[in-house]
Design a binder for this molecule. Sequence first.
Ligand code: GDP
Length: 437
Amino acid sequence: MQKTIFALATGNELSALSVIRVSGKESEKLLKKLTLKNTPKERLLTLRNFYFPKSNKKIIDKCLVVWMPAPRSYTGEDCIEIYTHGGDAVFQSFFSVLSSFPNVCYAEQGEFSKRAIINGKTDLVKAEAVNDLINSLTEKQRELAISQFNGGLSIPIKKWRKEIIKCMTLIEAYIDFSDENDTPKNLNIKAELFALREEFKEALKNKHYYQLINKGIRVVLKGKPNAGKSSIFNRIIREQKAIVSKTPGTTRDVIEGQINYKGNAIIFYDTAGITLTDNNIEKEGIRRTKKLLKEADIILNISEDEKFLSINDNTKEWLVLNKIDKSGNLKKKLKGKAILVSAKTGEGLEAILEKIYLAISKKTKRFDGKKSIIMNLRQANELKEAEFNITQALEEKSEEIISEYLRQAINALERIIGSIDVEEVLGNIFSNFCIGK
Ligand code: GDP
């Protein structure tokens, strides 16, 4: 018998209220036993005293509760939500009471969502979107998550799946009736498959968008030791995270700091300056720096004089002249060629942020909340798999084999929305979820 699960749906910091969620067959029985009353009207907040079981009415808390019988609940199972007072001891008492009942236990990560998917109440894209919404820190992240929740990717996936099924039906008919006279002489599905593959390719072009919005745009600071990278980094992220020192080579490891600028996440990386060194720790710092430079969206090539480190990637590297508070002539000379800043006075730093913001806006310009198909890495990998199978189908002559490739393509699409291989796919994804979701 499937267990009834419970968890705290709200954060466990001090707050006025906490919400405890319960889902499963035992929910109604628990509710009756703890309130010593009949089940309240469904989907209606009702005030109830909750008592310790068999305690002669020793009260746990007086709180609002809502009863949501299956299937009209988030998980599709019988559910209750208890709005307790926020104290730690309050929900701890509830937890120990709830787990004292047979077949009732604390939920695993993402278990509520997993059950919701298994019971057909939501799909995996939407569940992932809910998780993104819970974790969203910037306005752009919230916007993207809610649009995915409202069907963003699920809608085209379902449409594509239908189109492939239509092609498969035509193949089946062609195979089944190929002996009879009234079947079409040619099976003509290539045009449909070709158009479908183009749509997949178009959608896959957007795969970096999700990363850009959700993980943030990556800005790496490079430059000779003492150029002032750590000072700029600290000033921008507004905390003293990196050690600033006159001794060159102080920053040996990569330090990361994130800010939210006009609704966008920007991650700055302060790196070890790239120099020739025999020191092993410094060497490791340099190796990491090189890797980051490759992955960066923007590189700030920082210098305190005219001798900038060489530019490796024109498309994303900007020159930044630091210490302009003390370099009058150089400032005039490099005006227009480099961004002029002073980590000491703060001059020019806002201009860097504004320029980064413009770069993000440019990268995300072709996305329009409604029309664009956006996906995360997992979803993009499955779509690539579907695209691969369509390509194979297009190159194949045997109808049976074409049909098999199309089935594989459908499987990949179904894994995106979680309608097959649920346990396997979900186990992985939900390990990142919070317990009460
Ligand atoms: P890094 O090795 O590139 O990370 O450089 P640091 O940030 O550690 O700075 C090296 C030295 O330059 C420190 O003594 C800083 O105080 C100084 N410094 C950094 N930025 C400025 C600036 O804008 N103006 C002046 N006058 N000194 C700075």
